[in-house]
Design a protein around this ligand. Structure first.
Ligand code: SAJ
Length: 416
């Protein structure tokens, strides 16, 4: 049986390890520097809220096909799936990628395959990964095969998409790409497209940049529509009836660890040329303050106002707060000295209301920041009975305005 060593047991590494382990064809060693993560997985548990992942991990650990530990071990293939955040000056922080590559050098042996899954700026595989692996003294491209195989799965649907999405496989040479394809073919049902490592890095960044620029366009259209008295949601729905139009939707900003980050990796490599990409980032980053200023305007004249923010995660139906626009809205409102109550059915943290009732009690403005399924069943009459002032600001167009107006609410929608 072949052994795969997966470095990094986060949102991508753990599901990847579990998918390989579930095939029954491999012994998978998951490695993480976080002792709590390792311990949880050793006990068959996972800290990630993803459909099917928990039971998959538990089953693999019980069957012995997946083990977790804090150091790498000899293996046939190594997969690096560690975070690549950005620094405060919007440069890719590759320290985790570099450190992971360094830790596996002592374990490399001829005929090994090393795959980088982390999202990285173009040329990282060639210019950073290969020189580190070369410290093994083995010939890269012949004795050690190397590929960049970017992950493309959507949080909330990770297990399904990992199996069914197509994949881009960027080998440093043809044999590296072929070997990587063979490995992933053990569980991937989607097409696999072979290319070189740098093109694969660029293609991954282009996917998220496409979405970021499209959302920035939607956010700009929302602000224009607001000025012109147009309902942006209806206008976008109608424009999207055109067979070649697919406008994305406005909102309080773009969060998550991917779309709000990855476009900067292109800007970093080509700052003069990446003008639209940079502007889109700036537009999306300006949305939390636009939302906060709309709230401030609405509360003018109310002494010591209380605002209730519904939804603190970066998007619907996940429990992930990274780069969440809601947190930025909350911080800005607190800087205005407003009383801010935050509630999220997906999260339980100390600085948030533990019940919806507590968050709504005595509120002057209720703001929907995330379209969690749970909010679709909010009862306007019940909310009306708890708040002080009946005003609701819907940044995700999820509330049925007529029902709320019937319960006495003033309904404000972003982009209307
Ligand atoms: N958002 C909008 N308007 C929209 C769509 C999204 O404001 O029309 C916001 C969301 O609320 C959220 C942010 O954008 O704050 C990002 O959410 P998302 O669902 O668009 O994307 P992620 O970050 O969860 O996952 C993306 C996916 N990329 C693409 O769809 C091209 C996923 O497939 C990638 O694997 C993932 O990034 C990644 O890891 O790179």
């Amino acid at each position: 049986m072949k052994t795969i060593c997966v470095i990094g047991l986060g949102y991508i590494g753990l599901p990847t390890a579990a998918m390989f382990a579930s095939t029954g064809k491999f012994r998978v060693i998951g490695v993480d520097i976080n002792g709590n993560t390792v311990e949880a997985i050793q006990n068959g548990q996972t800290h990630l809220h993803e459909p099917c992942l928990g039971e998959k991990v538990a089953r693999c650990v019980t069957q012995g096909t997946l083990v977790a530990q804090s150091e790498p071990a000899p293996a046939d293939a190594f997969i690096i799936a560690v975070p690549t955040p950005i620094t405060s000056d919007k440069q890719a922080d590759l320290s985790y990628v570099k450190a992971s590559a360094e830790t596996l050098v002592p374990f490399l042996k001829p005929n090994n395959l090393v795959i980088l899954e982390s999202t990285v700026p173009p040329r990282t595989t060639q210019d950073i990964l290969i020189p580190i692996l070369a410290k093994s003294g083995l010939e890269i491209g012949r004795q050690i095969l190397v590929a960049h195989c970017p992950e493309r799965v959507l949080p909330g649907r990770i297990c399904y998409e990992m199996e069914h999405n197509s994949r881009i496989i960027g080998g440093i040479n043809d044999i590296s790409a072929q070997r990587t394809k063979q490995l992933y073919a053990t569980f991937v049902k989607g097409e696999m497209y072979l290319t070189d490592a740098t093109s694969a890095e660029m293609a991954k960044l282009m996917e998220n940049t496409y979405r970021d620029v499209n959302i920035a366009l939607a956010n700009e259209l929302a602000r224009i529509s607001n000025k012109l008295g147009v309902n942006v949601w209806e206008a976008i729905a109608m424009a999207n009836k055109h067979p070649r139009v697919n406008l994305h939707l406005p909102g309080p900003g773009v969060g998550g660890h991917c779309i709000a980050v990855d476009p900067w990796f292109i800007v970093e490599k080509a700052p003069q040329e990446a003008r639209l990409i940079r502007l889109a980032r700036e537009i999306n980053d300006s949305m939390p303050s636009h939302v906060a200023l709309t709230i401030k305007q609405e509360l003018e004249g109310i002494a010591s106002p209380k605002v209730t923010l519904l939804g603190m995660t970066y998007k619907a139906n996940v429990n992930d707060c990274r780069e969440s626009p809601s947190l930025k809205v909350k911080n800005i409102l607190e800087s205005f000295s407003f009383q801010v109550a935050a509630y999220d059915p997906m999260l339980r943290t100390a600085n948030m209301a533990s019940t919806l009732e507590e968050a709504l009690a005595g509120s002057d403005l209720v703001v929907i920041l995330v379209n969690h399924d749970a909010f679709a069943s909010l009862d306007p009459a019940k909310v009306a009975s708890l708040v002080r002032n009946r005003t609701v600001f819907d940044t995700k167009n999820m509330l049925e305005a007529a029902a709320w107006e019937k319960a006495g609410f003033k309904v404000i929608k972003l982009g209307c």
